[in-house]
Design a protein around this ligand. Structure first.
Ligand SMILES: [Zn+2]
Ligand SMILES: [Zn+2]
Length: 140
C-alpha cells in the first residue's frame, strides 16, 4: 500500500509505502506538549518506507532527547513525523495518513495520561519490554 500526504500548507509532501510495524497511542508529556493534543496517535514504520517527495529543505528538526528527532514544516509549523533512530523506526503521526486505516494496538506511557481511553487495548505504564521499557501494564 502507498499513502501520500502533505503538511498543513502543502510545502512538504511525502509518501509512505508498506504496512506499519505498530500503531497506537502515546500518552507521554513530551508528545503532549509537542503536539498540543492530549495524546499522540502514532504509526511506526521502517525508515525506508518513508520518502519525502517535496520540500525536504523545509523540514525542521528538534531533539529534546537523542531518541526522538521531531520533524515539522518550517513554512507552516505543521508536524510531520518523528525519527526514532534507536528503535530503527519512524513515527508518522496517524493524523498525517488519512488514507491509512488506523488500527491502534497499544497505549504507551499510560502512567502520564490526561485522557484515559477505555478501548480494551493494553496500557503500558511506560513502554513494552522489547522497546526498552518496564513492560508493566496499568488498568484502564
Ligand atoms: Zn507546511
Ligand atoms: Zn510520547
Amino acid at each position: 500500500m502507498n499513502y501520500e500526504t502533505s503538511c498543513f500548507c502543502g510545502e512538504v509532501r511525502f509518501t509512505v509505502t508498506g504496512t506499519p510495524e505498530a500503531q497506537g497511542y502515546c500518552h507521554c508529556a513530551s508528545c503532549r506538549t509537542w503536539s498540543a493534543g492530549p495524546v499522540n496517535a502514532f504509526t511506526l514504520w521502517k525508515p525506508e518506507s518513508l520518502e519525502v517527495t517535496k520540500g525536504a529543505s523545509s523540514i525542521g528538526t528538534f531533539n529534546k532527547t537523542p531518541g526522538s528527532s521531531r520533524k515539522w514544516c518550517t513554512k507552516c509549523g505543521g508536524h510531520l513525523f518523528t525519527d526514532h533512530p534507536g528503535f530503527g523506526l519512524v513515527d508518522i503521526y496517524a493524523a498525517m495518513l488519512p488514507s491509512l486505516r488506523f488500527e491502534p494496538g497499544v497505549h504507551v506511557h499510560y502512567q502520564e495520561t490526561v485522557l484515559p481511553i477505555k478501548d480494551g487495548k493494553p496500557k503500558f505504564k511506560d513502554m513494552p519490554a522489547e522497546m526498552g521499557g518496564s513492560g508493566a501494564t496499568l488498568p484502564e
